[in-house]
Design a protein around this ligand. Structure first.
Ligand SMILES: [Zn+2]
Ligand SMILES: [Zn+2]
Length: 114
């Protein structure tokens, strides 16, 4: 298992969350994409025993407010909890999840070659 990177800093830049990782990597994550990747059970549906999601359970209509980040707070040493403009806050984004969402050239390349 590879070591999971942790953010050293993270900061809001308009519609993006900029994350600096402890391995020197930088990510710019679009808030819209972040919200759509919300890992909470409500947004994701419950995974089956193998961890597969059989049916995405995105039942809520997203509004503009859904993609505004109201606040973020660290969760232990493993993740960040976001509170969105529509008061949705149940998603805890682990560092691993956040890193996987990075869509920069080198991460994309890594995913393709994996
Ligand atoms: Zn959610
Ligand atoms: Zn990246």
């Amino acid at each position: 298992m590879t070591k999971i990177s942790a953010p050293t800093t993270y900061q809001l830049f308009g519609d993006f969350l900029a994350i600096n990782w402890d391995d020197g990597h930088e990510s710019m994550l679009a808030l819209k994409m972040l919200r759509q990747a919300c890992p909470c059970a409500h947004c994701r549906g419950e995974p089956d025993l193998l961890g597969r999601i059989m049916m995405p359970a995105q039942r809520d209509e997203h509004t503009d407010a859904s993609f505004q980040l109201r606040s973020m707070s660290p969760v232990g040493h493993y993740g960040i909890q976001f509170t969105w403009g529509d008061s949705h806050y149940t998603g805890i984004y682990t560092f691993e999840h956040l890193r996987r969402l990075c869509d920069c050239d080198s991460c994309r390349h890594e995913k393709e070659s994996a």
